[in-house]
Design a protein around this ligand. Structure first.
Ligand SMILES: Nc1ncnc2c1ncn2[C@@H]1O[C@H](COP(=O)(O)OP(=O)(O)OP(=O)(O)O)[C@@H](O)[C@H]1O
Ligand SMILES: [Mg+2]
Length: 254
């Protein structure tokens, strides 16, 4: 048996304030979070509390004010190709085909290598047969698959997902949730997901980190010790969901 997974991401006492014309706005106030290699962690919290800011800091897009932020033991100072954001479907280029979009980040590879990587990832996200299609010919869910394939193609080891299903209709959202679970399992990547949707977080994550209102901390981390695929009607699932809703002060729906 292998030992415990090493820590991939370590956040300790992270503070972030934005300087605006009206003065400093404190957004993150002492965030602690640890994500293990290959783990799926979801972050939920009240609207505007600083979830996207936290993800942007961890990805290296925002400078932090103070605190420790390490990936693979090294301080994060800038974005890296090893860690990619999966955007909503709007991130793909309408003038490129599916294959061209997926291969977009592979400019340093030979054409043969690139073709192989593109084919592998197009298949992984279930878009075989659509290689030559343009985004306008695809549904919202298919465009999101292209976005995923492109993120996977650069052989990143961390995926950052900030409300990645926001632009999708309810049915496609559910379908893409299942797809993410499958892709995560198939690739073993470390995933950090920000979502408003507590049920989505519980369906996907090994652990759910719950943030407070701004200025935010992570107030509690919920272990989701339920086998996959998860059933939102399972009493154990509901108990975890109710616990998080209670914590967030949201009225419980029966
Ligand atoms: N560049 C910026 N300059 C000033 N303030 C900012 C900046 N970016 C974010 N903020 C502020 O930081 C706070 C947190 O924003 P953030 O987008 O991280 O929240 P969020 O939890 O992702 O919100 P949502 O649930 O709406 O996606 C907000 O009050 C926002 O106004
Ligand atoms: Mg956000």
């Amino acid at each position: 048996m292998s030992g415990p997974s090493p820590v991939k991401i370590r956040v300790e006492g992270l503070f972030k304030e934005f300087r605006t014309k009206k003065g400093a706005v404190s957004v993150l106030e002492g965030v602690d979070l640890e994500v293990l290699t290959g783990e799926f962690v979801a972050i939920v919290g009240p609207s505007g509390c600083g979830k996207s800011t936290l993800l942007n800091c961890i990805a290296g897009f925002e400078k932090t004010t103070t605190g420790t932020l390490l990936i693979d033991g090294a301080p994060v100072t800038q974005p890296s190709r090893k860690r990619v954001f999966v955007f909503q479907e709007t991130g793909i280029f309408p003038w490129l085909t599916v294959s061209e979009n997926v291969g977009f980040g592979l400019f340093d590879r030979s054409a043969k290598e690139r073709d192989g990587i593109v084919a592998k990832n197009v298949a992984l996200v279930g878009l075989e047969g659509f290689e030559k299609a343009y985004p306008a010919e695809l549904s919202g869910g298919m465009k999101q698959r292209v976005e995923f394939a492109r993120a996977l193609a650069v052989e990143s080891d961390v995926l950052f997902l900030d409300e990645p299903f926001g632009a999708l209709d309810a049915f496609t959202r559910l379908e893409m949730r299942r797809e993410i679970a499958r892709i995560w399992k198939a690739t073993g990547k470390t995933c950090l997901l920000v979502t408003h949707d507590v049920e989505e977080a519980l369906e996907l994550a090994d652990r759910v980190a719950v943030m407070t209102r701004r200025p935010a901390r992570i107030a509690k981390v919920v272990d989701v010790n339920l086998s996959r695929p998860r059933d939102s009607d399972d009493p154990a699932f509901r108990a975890l969901k109710d616990g998080i809703f209670d914590f967030l002060g949201v009225e419980r729906r029966v």
